[in-house]
Design a binder for this molecule. Structure first.
Ligand SMILES: Cc1cc2nc3c(=O)[nH]c(=O)nc-3n(C[C@H](O)[C@H](O)[C@H](O)COP(=O)(O)OP(=O)(O)OC[C@H]3O[C@@H](n4cnc5c(N)ncnc54)[C@H](O)[C@@H]3O)c2cc1C
Length: 395
């Protein structure tokens, strides 16, 4: 084994692992951080988006990762069209990889190296090498969320190159005027340049099965309906993300314990329960780790566990809404929940996406005539509604 010249070894150079490495490089450059990523580059193939209002601190860490930004965004429903003011930003995995290579020397950023085994002070790679470290953080993503239940947000997104300008000046974060299939369906469109638009066909569905061919065809239909002529598809991504309605956090934590000091990202359930988004949450956690005086394995383990537990506690309201969405609303009526939600005030909507809803916000979200049958809502909250899927196997 090599000499222990690493203070913190991060397993997985995805969103969470990458942001921890960048946060330490920016705020604690004396801490010797190393990242071990199985892919040829960090971050895989992703466009990660977030609202400007989601990020209170650490904006300078995200700045070099941002590929596009817009002032405001639109939502479209059968009975509501609205432009909201919150700035919207998109980060790409390509830029994450570039920033990580700028921040970490090649000895500290190892790509193309699957980790086969890890402990609190040790990392073993598939090529036989071993590294000693003061502490190890597991940020290798997750293949499922055991001991949790809910549904899925699944999608295929394509960057379309058009023969003529599309005419959009800001993103359409939800276009739910499209035909409803497989739960709640909406299209998401990001105008990256005058001739380039990223179009994602998205579903809040009861099962994780992704009909890639079908979704590609619907993206083509959507483009045609807008009058866009597609010259090329420059990039494609797909996702099947867990939407969390309920769970046993302690059992989950034990089940995903890989013996390392701490966990980060989706492996620690550090996601928004209803939107499945994690970028602002990953950034907050990365910044928190940088504030710790003690970076020993025990300290990181305790701090990571306490943070994830508190995040779980704060997610109670969003899990309850997920239970209503999946347990009370018949799939074809799920769009009504979002249509109503987007009639609420902008600050409330911003706090909702940031995972910072106040008690008054919660009352406002729940007040008034519910968009789902009252009996079904009560039954779902009492655990007697439409049965929820286990999130243990697929994510
Ligand atoms: C296509 C897609 C789009 C998304 N869009 C958004 C969005 O717009 N906004 C948002 O907030 N969230 C988004 N999400 C949700 C969420 O933010 C992502 O899933 C996020 O990438 C999770 O971060 P993570 O670091 O936990 O996992 P990942 O980013 O998946 O990182 C895990 C990393 O670990 C590596 N790894 C795995 N096993 C090993 C091993 N044995 N050895 C070494 N390395 C290993 C993987 O290669 C990967 O790079 C999206 C998810 C997907 C799939």
């Amino acid at each position: 084994m090599n000499a222990p010249s690493i203070d913190i070894a991060i397993l997985g150079g995805g969103l969470a692992g990458g942001l921890i490495a960048l946060a330490f490089a920016a705020h604690r450059p004396e801490v010797r951080v190393a990242v071990f990523e199985q892919g040829a580059r960090c971050g895989g193939d992703h466009v990660w988006s977030f609202f400007g209002s989601d990020v209170e601190a650490g904006a300078q860490i995200l700045e070099p990762l941002i590929a596009a930004r817009w002032e405001g965004y639109d939502v479209r429903f059968a009975r509501r069209r609205r432009t909201l003011k919150a700035p919207y930003h998109s980060v790409t995995s390509e830029k994450l990889d570039t920033a990580m290579r700028a921040a970490l020397s090649p000895e500290r950023l190892l790509t193309g190296v699957p980790v086969t085994q890890a402990g609190r002070h040790e990392v073993r790679l598939a090529d036989g090498r071993s590294f000693a470290a003061g502490a190890v953080i597991d940020a290798r993503g997750a293949a499922g969320l055991p001991h949790m239940s809910g549904g899925w947000q699944k999608f295929v997104g394509q960057m379309l190159r058009l023969s003529a300008p599309h005419g959009l000046t800001r993103p359409i974060v939800m276009d739910a005027t499209v035909a409803q299939h497989d739960g709640y369906r909406f299209v998401y469109a990001l105008p990256f340049s005058a001739h380039e638009v990223f179009v994602e066909d998205t579903y809040y569905a009861d099962d994780p099965w992704l009909d890639r061919a079908g979704l590609r065809a619907r993206i083509a239909d959507y483009a045609a309906a807008q009058g866009w002529q597609v010259d090329a598809i420059a990039y494609e991504e797909a996702g099947v993300l867990p939407v969390i309605a309920a769970g046993d956090f302690d059992a989950f934590w034990r089940a995903t314990d890989s013996g390392t000091a701490a966990k980060a990202g989706i492996r620690a359930a550090l996601v928004h329960p209803l939107t499945s988004y994690s970028l602002p949450i990953a950034l907050r956690f990365a910044l928190h780790l940088c504030t710790l005086d003690n970076l020993s394995a025990q300290s990181l383990e305790d701090a990571g566990h306490a943070w994830a537990r508190e995040h779980w506690r704060q997610g109670r309201f969003y899990r309850m809404l997920t239970r209503m969405l999946f347990g009370a609303a018949v799939p074809d009526d799920r769009h009504k929940i979002f249509q109503r939600f987007y009639g609420l005030s902008e600050p409330l909507i911003e706090r909702f996406y940031a995972g910072r809803s106040t008690p008054v916000d919660m009352l406002r979200v729940l007040a008034g005539k519910p968009p789902v049958p009252v009996g079904a809502a009560i039954a779902s909250l009492a655990g007697r509604g439409h049965p929820l899927a286990s999130l243990g196997d697929t994510a």
